[in-house]
Unconditional design. Structure first.
Length: 222
């Protein structure tokens, strides 16, 4: 089978990274978590104590940010200027501010260029919001993963509880919904199903069932 580009987009906590990582491992492809990249830029801005709403200040920070990934279990490790920030980029503060930072043109351009560079000579499974529409419009496989807001919030709630967080289910549900709204309504490459993407509703589906379903789609296309 020729190495493919597989794009997995969808709203927060639809299971994109979980499914993308399993598929990449099984196919021997590179897994690219584009959300982690936007989270690193957000963390950099917060650490620099820049006003998140100051687009110029965030833009000026971009050349100072180097983002790298390294394999890791159970999650891929993410580095900001060679410092491991894997856990820090998932903090509630980064999560709260990431959609604003992701709406800026220069941020999107820098991240999109980096993502295309990584995808240029290897098979990739890339997950995000605009992979099928903007980053890899020629991807052979495009999946738009969704689930009900309640189920997505519940998944994130369980994950956070395991990490000792005390955010309530209602708070998470509201935050997930708010972020989806911001991501869907921004001017540049909003969260949207590409016309040629296949929508998979994972509400009530186990991780394994979703993986099997998408593998079936890939087999049909390859
Ligand atoms: O894992 P979760 O669904 O919480 O979010 P994520 O995939 O880590 O993405 C964090 C944020 O980055 C999203 O809410 C978007 O604002 C932004 N993002 C984006 O704009 N474009 C992408 N391709 C990926 C993420
Ligand atoms: O990357 P994204 O934000 O779309 O979601 P994720 O981080 O892959 O998944 C969010 C949580 O939902 C994780 O704790 C997964 O284990 C869980 N999950 C699930 O329970 N059932 C699925 N079918 C997919 C993910």
């Amino acid at each position: 089978m020729v190495a493919m580009q597989i794009a997995i987009d969808g709203p927060a906590s639809a299971g994109k990274s979980t499914i993308a990582k399993i598929l990449a491992n099984q196919l021997g492809y590179i897994y690219v978590d584009t959300g982690a990249m936007y989270r690193v830029v957000t963390l950099a801005a917060l650490r620099a104590q820049i006003d998140i709403n100051d687009e110029d200040a965030v833009t000026q920070l971009l050349p100072t940010i180097q983002i790298t990934f390294a394999p890791g279990e159970p999650v891929q490790r993410v580095y900001y200027n060679e410092q491991d920030v894997t856990e820090e980029i998932r903090s509630a503060t980064v999560t709260k501010n990431v959609s604003a930072v992701s709406s800026y043109a220069a941020v999107r351009e820098a991240m999109t260029n980096l993502q295309r560079l990584i995808a240029q000579d290897a098979g990739v499974v890339m997950d995000g919001r605009d992979i099928g529409t903007t980053v890899l419009p020629q991807a052979q496989v495009k999946i738009f993963l969704v689930a009900s807001v309640h189920e997505r919030a519940l998944r994130r709630f369980k994950e956070n509880q395991a990490k000792g967080s005390n955010e309530t289910l209602a708070e998470i549900e509201q935050a997930v919904q708010h972020r989806d709204e911001l991501d869907s309504n921004r001017a540049i490459s909003p969260l949207r199903k590409a016309d040629d993407a296949i929508k998979v509703d994972t509400t009530g589906m186990s991780i394994d069932a979703v993986v099997q379903k998408i593998k079936g789609i890939i087999t049909n296309i390859a």
